[in-house]
Structures are given as C-alpha cells and as structure tokens.
Design a protein around this ligand. Structure first.
Ligand code: ADP
Ligand code: MG
Ligand code: MG
Length: 874
C-alpha cells in the first residue's frame, strides 16, 4: 500500500504527535472531543522529510493525496476553492513535534483572488472585512512564500494611515483596504517580477512548500539547537478552514492560558481583540483586552469558552495554552497545547496538579524541563535594596528574574556587546523573530509595546530570560538610540535594572543575592531524589563553591581542580619558584612552601562536604600557564629567584609547546617531577587525617584522581609514588585512614585499554571535555571558529562540548565501563566534564550505568531532576 501522507483532522489524535506535529495532533484531538474546530487536514512530518529527500520537491504521490484531501475538505465544509457562490478560504500552518512558537510562518485567508474577494464582499455585505482579508493574505503570502520583507508592506500601511489621518488599522475603510491590496500586489510584482498567483491551488502548493522550507530557515535552526530539537523531525503542515475574527464588532480573536504561565496560579489568563485576526493580539498592533472582559462583550461565548478550558485541562492534565477566534458570536478553537511557563510556574503547577489529584508525583517530576530550573538558580534582586529603591516605571511582568545591564537598542548590538563580555538589556519598541540571538545574549528585555502574549514575552519566558513588556511610558527614539523614561534620557551603555517578576524598572545597577531551594522547588527536588538512581556530585575548587553545591544537594565532589588553588596571590609566587628551580632540592623547597596552604584548602573542602566523598585531581595543566607574561612580573620573579631577566625568559621559552593541550601536562608532569605528586599526596592525606580526627562520625575518604592516563604502566608508576607517600604519612600519624587512587578517563586509549588500567585504578571518572576533544581531534578552545559553519551545513546539530556525543564519545565510555568492570566489578565510575550538568547527557549516563555525574554547583538541581527523569522514563 502507498504511504499515507495526509490525514483529516477526524483521522488523527493526540498520540500521533510525531507524525502530525503537536498542532495537528491536538487539532485532531479537539475534533474528537467534539469541540468547535474549523475542519481541515494535516500533511505529515514524514512528507516534510520526504520533501527534503526528494531535493526540495513535493513528489507526485504526496501531491495527489493533498489534492484528494482538498476535495474531501470541500465536501466537509460545503465550500469550494475559487467558488463564485461559497468560496473556501484556508489557513496554512506549520507544526512540528515540539512547539516552536513564532519560529515558523503561517498564512491566513488563502484562496482569495480578485474575483473571490468581490464575491465575499457582495455576499457578506461586509466589503471592509473582505478587503481586510485580502490585503492580509497578500501581505503574509508575499512575506512567507516569496520572502519579500514584511517592512515594505508595513510602510505602505503606515503611509495610508498617515494620509487618512488615523492611527489604528481598524479605522481603515473598505476602500482604503482595497487600495492597499492593489498597492501590495504592485509591490509584489515589483519585487518578484511576476503577477501575484490567483489560482487557489497554486497558492496552496506554494504555501505548503514555504512551510516545509521554513523548517530550514536560520531562525528555526538556532531555535532547534537551543532546544535540542533534531533537524530530522521535520514539520507537519495544517490546512484549515478559516474562522474570521475580523468580521466586525461581534468577532474577535484571542489567546488564553488555563493557569498563569508566569507564576502558575490557578486562574484563566488571556487576552483578546475585537475585530482582529491571527497574530494581531501577539503582534501588539492594538492593546488587547483582558479575557474576563469577554464576559461583558459576549457572555455566552465567554461561558462556553470557560467550559472548554476546563474540559481541555482535565483532558490533557496540564496547563493549556489555547488560541481561539470568534466569528460573528460563534466560538472556534484553533489550537491547544501544554503551555510554556516559567520555571517558577512549572513547579507550582506540577505541585498543584498533584494536590488536586490530577497527576502522580512521578508524573510531576517528568513534567518539568530541567533546563528551565537554571533561571531559579540564578541571583535575584536583594530584597532590602529592592525595598529601598524607587522604580522609575512599572509595566508588564512578562518573564520573571532579575536583570541589570547596559542599555542597547538592537539585537545586533546586544550580541556584539555580549561577546565583548558586557551585560546588556535589550530595549526595543517590540521584538520579532529576527531578534532571537540578541534576546539570547541579553540579561533582560524591555519593550515599549506588546502584552503578556507578545513575541518578546513568550520567547523570553521560553528562554528563561527576564522580560518587562508593554512599557508605554517610554518615549522611544530607536533611530537615535535613546529613550526618555521618568524624565530621564537613557542612552546606549546606561545601566538599567529590570524585575521581571513585578514588571518594575529601576535606573542603575541593583544588587543581587543567591537563590535557594525552598517551597515547591524543594518538594519537587525531594520527589526527584526518591526516584533517581544516579548520584550527583559537584565540580568545586573552593570551600565556598562546595558549600553552595551542598545546599543545592550535591552528594560529594566529583572534581576538585587543585591547580586553581595555585593561582591565588601568595601561592603563585611559590609555584613559579618551583617551576624556575634548577635542582630537585630547590623544587622541593618551593613545594614545601605550598604544602601547608594546599593542606589548608583540602581541610576546608572536607569540612564543607561533611564526610561526603571528595575527589581531588592532581596537577593537570601545562606549566607554561603559571609563568608570568608581563615584563614587570618577569622582573619580579627574576629578582626573587636571584636570576637575571634573561635567564627567566629562557626558562619560560623552554616551556613553550606547539600543542600544549597534548603536551607536557597531567600525569606526565608527575612522571617527570614526582615531587609534585608527593607534595599533593601529603596535603590530601594530612588534611583528611585532621578532619577525620575532628569528626569521628564522618567517614573522610579522599579519592585521589590522576589525570590524562593513557597507559596502565603510566598509572602504576604514578600510583606507586602516591601510595608510598600516603603510607608513610598514615603510619606516622598512627591513623587508619582509607583513601582511593583512581584515574580520569579522558584519552581514547584509556577507554580502549580500560581493563588493564582498572588493575590499578580503584575508580574511573570520565573527563568528557578532554575526551571529546581527543576523540574529535579538534580543540574545544578553537572549535568556536568553525562550529557555526558545521551547524549551517548540518554536519553537526549541536556542540559536542555541550551535549555529549553519544555515538562516538559515548561508545568509548560504554566500552571503558564494560572493560573496567570486567577487571574490577565493584569500581565506582562517574563523569565530571561539563556534560555532567546537561540533561540529555545525564540521561545517557544513567543508561550506560554510571554511578554519578558531577557538575558545577548551580547545575546540581538540574542534574538531580534529569537523573530522576532518566530513571522514570526508562
Ligand atoms: P503559531 O504556531 O506561530 O502560533 P499558528 O499557525 O497558530 O502560528 O497561527 C498564527 C495565527 O493565526 C494564530 O493566532 C492562529 O490562531 C491564527 N489562525 C491560524 N489558523 C486560523 C484559521 N483557520 N482561522 C483563523 N485564525 C487562524
Ligand atoms: Mg499558534
Ligand atoms: Mg582533562
């Protein structure tokens, strides 16, 4: 049998999301529930993939199924494309598996041409409506299908409004709109070189192709990468009969959430506009009305809508985000989906749904996107400072969080300043999908226009970026990069602070405080801990970081980078002395100075960890990273060493390596300078003995981790040094301290020979930053230069240094675990690369049987939740 590429809404259901996309599957589900949905059909995501496989062509089989479904749709609706009596107009809407709000384009009122618009005008007795539809169609079609910039059309509208002396689109008359439609078509012809297509079927096929193409536009590609959505999924296309919200004062369009997406409170939240269509509410063309006001204008419709909201939420057992249109007092549902929400709202809604008996704890744990938690873990404004400060304005609290930064006026500037290390607040009249990258780069977003469902608000909430929208008090001068607010003129570079939770705006730089896990956050984390198997440790080098991580739930330190302790003033001098020493005795003398300091650091770390395991990695970077580069510092070092500047420079030059990342570093430093490992072992062991003595109920057991091992004999050599030193220390103290010696697995050869290495390694810990770098054969510090080209050409879909490469690096890990456990079945194995805090990588670590992941302190809760989801979804 031939493939089925097209489904009527009556043929689908919510379970068919992969095939029909989220929008299509939910339109089908709402149809099944008996809700008023304008009927139509969905062209599958597989058809999109096929389109690309066929070299960006719609093949005959798909084409003929689309045509057959147009006929079916005509039968169902009793309307016909291009008909002189009862013409069919449709919308063409994209919809992939995962919702990508505003990322792809929709065309409304398709099916109109010069004749059809006259038919509509005459038959409805509402020519204004007919021409409004027509000009909108030409505008959207041109923009989407032919990629003629929106702004030309907007300019024509603005000119028309100026000429007529009006400010609102709704004040344009039928004749004005007819004239605009003509101007638009002329514009189209001028830009494209051919007439605007008049055959509805040609229009439709062009639109379908445009939706398929939009899957590959740069905006969509950036969004997918940020949200972990594979390119291979493709998008479905929904073709749906139009419902008209622009027929006059008994019509309108709106969007609503069953619960507040900002704070999760249980009440309907939404906005609508009378006599409007499609994106008008979102685009901020006029300021929309609050949803409750619908009760005053059209009470029957309002009560019907409330019923539908309750039905949908009960059915999907989650907060719904819905789009509706009212056509002459008749309500139509155009979309429903599990609404995007802030992290704070996500936690509250999940807990409330459990308390309301709608869902289980397990379900609540799986409902929360771990990446979202990030926003809650970042600093908030200091409450005292906040109380003392006087806001200069208050607008909509569109996306919570605390942000302060320097004012910039364009997305490009936001990106450029951010790359220079500046914190910026992007201030715009309104944002559009072109601004995505700038929005991402900004600490916060402030807009003059637009409501709670405006582009800026929705996208900022999705990204977890603070946003205050609709601040109409701002007198904006975008062209000259300035604005006036509260009588003060703001220029590019001025500091401003936004509170996305209250909508308040402050001048200057407001102090911030750290976040804590309490309330609903604590409840969800408690449930997560109940269901996860993976332990979560942290990467921390200082007692302060370690303490923070403990507060956030870390169960140990997976990686303490000892070299970070050397950089502090007072210590770096001794370390440089060691590097410049000519003899073993001189080196040992310098190390002797470092020993007590390092011991003190370790004691503080063990104290902070309260008896939990602490993995300490021995010196890792190449020595050249520690020597001075400034003339003055070199002179200082020379004087301290009783050497000449020339001699020091010769030593520094001697440290030069062609490829330091693959040079004299890690355990190779121990092979050449065993005295460094001896000193570090003494510090680790002495500290542990002291802390154990002070806390009899703790079980202090340091784990000494040797970096960059590539051969079993190499580890045996280093381990011998460690064990002999440790034995002497423990014996001298009369202690019975236990400790472990293990290795970091970060070189492919170590994975390949893990069975042999495990003979001496009591544990493994994957250093996936280096392992990724060594497996790919390119440097993580230089990859930035070409990764963009790799994304553009679809060779890579994500950054392998951020998201673990499961096929290559993951295969090496899997092999190393199996080989290692053959030799030493009870060894513990973890990961301490950046990947340890990335949810999809955590899921993989769970699957291949790691004992723990270790990540930076602020990622600990994310990893805890991701680990629970991995266990629950398995
Ligand atoms: P997005 O995925 O960006 O939300 P949509 O496909 O939902 O895009 O459509 C954009 C706008 O057009 C929405 O406001 C939607 O409600 C409206 N719309 C889509 N199809 C129809 C239709 N058949 N009748 C009326 N309005 C429609
Ligand atoms: Mg929509
Ligand atoms: Mg490393």
């Amino acid at each position: 049998m031939a493939n089925k590429w097209v489904y009527l809404f009556t043929e689908g259901n919510a379970g068919m999301r992969n095939l029909l996309g989220g929008k299509g599957a939910n339109l089908a589900e709402m149809t099944n529930l008996g809700l008023p949905v304008p009927q139509g059909f969905t062209i599958t995501t597989e058809a999109c993939t096929q389109y690309y496989e066929d070299g960006e062509k719609i093949n005959d089989e798909i084409m003929s199924q689309i045509m057959a479904h147009i006929t079916k749709m005509e039968e169902i609706t009793g309307k016909k494309f291009g008909d002189k009596e009862n013409p069919l107009l449709v919308s063409v809407r994209s919809g992939s598996r995962a919702s990508m709000p505003g990322m792809m384009d929709t065309i409304l009122n398709l099916g109109l041409n010069e004749e059809v618009v006259e038919v509509l005008a005459a038959k409805s007795g509402n020519p204004r409506w007919a021409y409004d539809c027509y000009r909108r169609f030409i505008q959207m079609f041109s923009d989407v299908v032919m990629e003629v910039g929106k702004k030309f059309f907007e300019e024509l509208i603005d000119e028309m409004k100026a000429e007529k002396g009006i400010t609102q689109d709704v004040d344009l008359t039928a004749d004005d709109l007819k004239e605009l439609a003509n101007q638009f078509k002329a514009e189209y012809k001028a830009k494209i070189g051919s007439d605007f297509p008049s055959d509805p079927k040609d229009q439709l096929m062009a639109a379908v192709k445009a939706v398929f193409r939009s899957w590959d536009n740069p905006r969509a590609n950036v969004y997918r990468r940020d949200n972990d959505i594979p390119y291979s999924w493709g998008t479905a296309v929904n073709v749906q009969m139009m419902a008209f919200g622009n027929m006059g004062d008994t019509s309108g369009t709106g969007v609503a959430f069953t619960r507040d997406p900002g704070n999760g409170e249980k009440h309907l939240m939404g906005e609508f506009l009378i006599n409007a269509q499609g994106e008008d509410v979102v685009a901020g063309v006029r300021t929309p009305q609050k949803i409750d006001q619908l009760n005053e204008v059209m009470p029957e419709v309002y009560s019907q809508f409330l019923d539908i909201c309750a039905k949908l939420e009960g059915h999907y057992k989650d907060m719904q985000d819905m789009e509706f249109t009212i056509e002459d007092k008749k309500l139509y549902m155009l979309q429903t989906r599990n609404g995007k929400r802030t992290a704070h709202a996500a936690l509250k809604i999940a807990c409330d749904l459990v308390d309301e008996g709608m869902i289980s704890e397990e379900k609540a744990v799986t409902m929360i996107d771990p990446r979202n938690l990030d926003t809650l873990l970042h600093p908030q404004f200091d409450t005292a400072a906040l109380k003392a400060a006087k806001p200069i304005a208050k607008a909509l609290a569109a996306s919570p969080g605390a942000a302060c930064g320097k004012v910039v006026f364009t997305a490009q500037d936001a990106k450029a300043w951010h790359e220079k290390g500046e914190k910026v607040i992007l201030v715009r009249l309104e944002t559009s999908p072109e601004d995505i990258e700038g929005m991402k780069a900004a600490q916060g977003i402030l807009t003059v226009r637009g409501g709670m469902t405006s582009h800026a608000a929705v996208v900022a909430r999705g990204m977890g970026t603070c946003c205050v929208s609709g601040c109409s008090e701002i007198a904006m001068n975008e062209a000259n990069k300035k604005f006036v607010l509260d009588g003060k003129e703001f220029h590019e570079g001025d500091w401003i602070s936004l509170d996305g939770s209250t909508g308040k705006i402050y001048t200057g730089k407001m102090p911030t405080v750290d976040a804590t896990i309490a309330g609903e956050f604590g409840r969800i984390m408690g449930w997560a801990d109940k269901y996860r198997r993976l332990k979560v440790r942290t990467n921390a080098d200082t007692p302060a970081d370690a303490k923070k991580a403990r507060e956030l739930g870390a169960e140990g330190i997976g990686l303490c980078r000892t070299e970070h302790m050397f950089f502090e003033s007072g210590r770096i001098d001794a370390f440089r002395e060691m590097i410049c020493a000519d003899t073993l005795e001189a080196r040992e003398a310098a190390l002797e100075k470092i020993l007590p300091v390092q011991q003190g650091d370790f004691e503080a770390l063990y104290e902070a960890l309260e008896g939990c395991p602490v993995t300490i990695r021995f010196l890792d970077p190449p020595l050249h990273e520690f020597v001075p580069t400034e003339e003055g510092d070199i002179k200082k070092l020379a004087d301290a060493q009783g050497k000449t500047v020339e001699q020091i420079k010769t030593i520094i030059e001697g440290l030069h390596e062609f490829n330091p990342m693959m040079g004299h570093r890690g355990c190779r430093l121990t092979v050449t300078y065993p005295e460094i490992a001896r000193m570090q072992t003494r510090a680790v062991i002495r500290a542990a003995i002291n802390v154990q003595k002070a806390h009899a109920d703790w079980n202090v057991c340091p784990e000494i981790m040797i970096p960059l091992i590539c051969d079993e004999k190499e580890l045996r050599f280093v381990k011998k040094i460690v064990v002999e030193t440790a034995y002497a220390e423990i014996a001298a103290a009369g202690s019975n301290l236990k400790y472990e010696v293990g290795t970091m697995i970060e070189i492919p050869r170590a994975c390949l020979t893990a069975d042999a290495i495990a003979k001496d390694a009591e544990f493994f810990c994957f250093g996936t930053n280096d392992l990724t770098q060594m497996t790919y054969g390119f440097s993580r510090d230089d990859a930035g230069k070409f990764l963009d080209a790799y994304y553009d050409t679809k060779i890579f879909e994500s950054d392998p240094f951020a998201k673990l490469d499961q096929n290559g690096v993951g295969k090496l890990m899997d092999m190393a675990i199996k080989l290692g456990k053959e030799t030493r079945p009870d060894m513990h194995i973890g990961i301490c690369g950046e990947h340890g805090g990335d949810p999809s990588s955590v899921e993989f670590c769970h699957r291949i049987g790691l004992d723990y992941v270790s990540c930076s302190p602020f990622r600990v809760p994310i990893a805890r939740l991701a680990a629970a989801q991995a266990a629950l979804n398995q």
